[in-house]
Write a protein that binds this ligand. Structure first.
Ligand code: C5P
Length: 306
């Protein structure tokens, strides 16, 4: 085997409840992840030993231009971590074919890292178990374990302790893209400034029931993101984007994770078309993408096409 390609989904947070800052600087979360059908494909190819090479392509050129191509890229760090764990040389090239917005609050960098772990484990025949991969993923970042699992799941702790949640329907989503990214750390810092007295995060049983029952109106009403106010303080123009989607009939509208992508839940595919058209027509966003959820996590899809 000379190459392996892994397909990995983006996520949207259905609930993101954030507690006060902990001593280690992180925040305890109740973080309901939902994997959506917006995928990156990560290909690892055997290469001569030497510095790890990384290339990127994708639909969103303004986004791919911002992907770091050095050792700081989370996918490169994932390959190096797995190589150390497996006792092999990290002699691979990594290619990222991106559809997930970059620094958009949809965990694209974390998804690529999760995919790189799965791809290298397969390429090198390293034989690490799902539990081993989960532990390595948690060392790379709070959002890296979820894309290994996919579906819907609640993350506690800093988001890395995952419990799968049943999802009883196929939910239609529209995402409004924004120019430029937002730094997750900066949004959490703004949250601390706005909410120095944040209470401990609590799960929402109503949201879990709506998800399990496939009840889109109830899920739309239950969507909640404690980071939204902080993201809107840093990017006030996102308020107009949210209002546009709501006025076009979205059942729920939230900033995705730490933003700046905004997520809209639609009643069905026709409603999603109307919401996407209204967002595009308003000029309030840099583009829209449609997706459905939930979908499975990182999956080996074979060698790359020639
Ligand atoms: O874990 P990760 O490296 O992805 O987190 C990025 C940043 O987001 C952290 O440096 C921290 O500032 C913030 N964060 C947090 N609490 C969490 C997860 C992330 O404060 N539970």
């Amino acid at each position: 085997m000379t190459a392996v390609t892994v397909r990995v989904p983006a996520k949207v947070n259905l609930q993101l409840a954030v507690g006060p800052a902990r001593e280690d600087g992180y925040h305890d979360l109740v973080n309901v992840f939902h994997a959506v059908s917006l995928f990156d494909e990560v290909t690892v190819t055997r290469a001569e030993p030497g510095p790890l090479r990384l290339t990127v392509c994708g639909d969103l050129e303004s986004h791919t231009a911002r992907v770091p191509l050095d050792g700081s890229n989370l996918a490169a760090r994932a390959a190096e971590l797995l190589a150390r764990e497996a006792g092999v040389e990290p002699a691979v090239r990594i290619h990222l074919d991106k559809s997930i917005p970059v620094a958009g609050g949809m965990a694209g960098g974390s998804a690529d890292a999760a995919a790189a772990l799965v791809a290298c484990n397969t390429l090198w025949g390293a034989g690490l178990s799902d539990a081993d991969l989960h532990a390595l993923a948690a060392r790379l970042g709070s959002d890296v374990p979820f894309p290994l699992l996919g579906g819907s799941a609640v993350g506690t702790g800093r988001g890395e302790h995952l419990t799968p949640m049943p999802c009883g329907g196929r939910f239609s989503w529209v995402f409004a893209l924004a120019e430029g990214g937002l730094s997750t750390a900066a949004v959490f810092r703004e949250y601390d400034r706005l909410r120095p007295d944040a209470p401990p995060p609590r799960p929402d049983p109503g949201l879990a029931a709506a998800l399990a029952e496939g009840d889109a109106p109830a899920l739309g009403a239950a969507l909640a993101n404690d980071l939204e106010r902080a993201a809107l303080t840093l990017r006030p123009e996102l308020r107009r984007t949210l209002d546009t989607g709501r006025a076009a009939g979205a059942l729920g509208a939230i900033v995705s994770g730490s933003g700046p992508t905004c997520a809209f839940l639609a009643a069905d595919a026709a409603a999603a078309d109307r919401i996407a058209a209204a967002l595009t027509g308003s000029g309030n966003c840099a583009g829209t993408v449609r997706a459905y959820g939930d979908v499975p996590g990182a999956t080996v899809v074979g060698p790359p096409e020639r």
